[in-house]
Design a protein around this ligand. Structure first.
Ligand code: FEO
Length: 393
């Protein structure tokens, strides 16, 4: 095919990535309602040419064709690997087989991590470290180590002459739509969801990376998923807030209900919080997109978990939700656990076991047998008022 859209994002810097319009799941965990893109970039200097990252398995031929439309793959000099996860690195051998003089450029940790997944071309790896650079002739690639964003080996590449930052997964969004940030109306919501799913567990490392790039003159941010930012502040500002753990006056309620008891309990606390002026977001885990929950976790100040007991423990969906809340390390400061059971409890104890090591203060818990009675509902209202008081203070 010859009619591919290959945007020149800066002078002699081309997007040669691919769009995966129909992918609906990532890592067998993250739903992708709008698909995703695997962005790769070709940088042509006066003397040398470099490719930054590759693409997901299955897109190698399209990738090769795109590179050949703006350059000659056979003459590629460098393949920069910012990150070893296979969605960006799986075509390394495919590309290097077709570019016999090319050298893979990555960090020490990158080389080790990539070696776990791929056979690397012997004698054709150049290891770089923080501050290292490559001169392409009129274009310089500078390397910035940015570990844990979101694997231990990740690095950013910076092109000072054109003021372009290539941060790989960081600042990304899972959507196949658009080329530039201004093309996608709900981009920051998508970026927030992506941050919650992928970067939030590493928020401290994210804050460190932001500090590292603070002094760089950046006009374009070209991540490895989703649109390219021509307006870097659009994503730098929310990332500064998210990585700092800033929260809103917002309570996230996630629950499961089998016969309506737990639903009634969480509804009572929702109404109490709303009356107290707290923003409430409620998700039934049986029918919700977990990516929406991850997005809300990014800046919710409180999390309310509603979990019925099934066979002496939490309902499996509530267990999954609780585990995710713990694993994603959201900045929420307060928690409440509500639950119901028929003949023997267990859900609250199990939720407590999972959540207790986190820094979240559990403001209240309440469990009912069967349906909530008037005194139960009053107790839940009281917990709601206490929670609102803490959130507002
Ligand atoms: Fe898009 Fe961590 O890979």
């Amino acid at each position: 095919m010859e009619n591919y859209n290959i945007p020149e994002i800066a002078r002699n810097v081309f997007w040669v990535g691919v769009k995966d319009w129909n992918r609906r799941m990532f890592d067998a965990l993250i739903p992708l309602p709008q698909g995703t893109s695997y962005n790769a970039y070709l940088v042509k200097g006066e003397k040398k040419t470099a490719l930054i990252d590759t693409v997901n398995p299955g897109f190698e031929e399209e990738f090769e064709q795109k590179i050949n439309l703006v350059s000659d793959l056979k003459k590629l000099d460098y393949l920069i690997m910012n990150h070893a996860e296979p969605d960006h690195s799986s075509a390394i051998l495919y590309i290097m087989d077709r570019a016999p003089e090319s050298v893979l450029v990555t960090t020490e940790r990158g080389m080790k991590m990539a070696g776990l997944y791929h056979e690397l071309p012997e004698g054709r790896v150049k290891v770089v470290a923080e501050g290292g650079s490559l001169d392409l002739g009129g274009k310089t690639l500078r390397f910035i180590e940015a570990p844990w964003l979101h694997w231990p080996e990740t690095m950013f590449t910076y092109l000072p002459e054109d003021k372009v930052l290539f941060p790989c997964d960081f600042f990304g969004a899972h959507t196949a739509q658009g080329v530039y940030d201004e093309d996608v109306e709900d981009l920051i919501l998508l970026a927030k969801r992506y941050y919650g799913e992928i970067m939030m567990p590493f928020s401290k490392m994210g804050a460190k990376a932001l500090e590292k790039i603070k002094g760089l003159d950046i006009e374009i941010i070209a991540p490895s998923h989703g649109p390219i930012y021509k307006n870097p502040e659009r994503i730098l500002e929310p990332y500064a807030k998210w990585t700092a753990g800033g929260t809103e006056n917002k309570a996230l309620i996630v629950y499961v209900s089998m016969w309506g008891s737990t639903r009634e309990m969480v509804s009572v606390i929702a109404e109490t919080l709303l009356k107290e002026g707290i923003d409430v977001r409620m998700y039934d885990l049986a029918v919700s997109d977990i990516g929406d929950v991850a997005r809300e976790l990014v800046d919710s100040r409180a999390i309310i978990l509603g979990a019925p007991t099934v066979l002496a423990g939490m309902h499996p969906l509530a267990l999954y939700g609780t585990y995710l809340v713990k694993a994603l390390k959201p900045p929420a400061r307060y928690g409440v656990v509500l639950g119901s059971f028929g003949w023997g409890g267990g859900a609250l104890r199990q939720a407590g076991d999972i959540l207790t090591p986190s820094s979240m203060e559990i403001v209240g818990t309440h469990q009912v047998k069967g349906r909530a009675k008037d005194e139960d509902l009053k107790k839940i209202e009281e917990i709601g008022r206490q929670l609102a008081e803490k959130m507002k203070n």
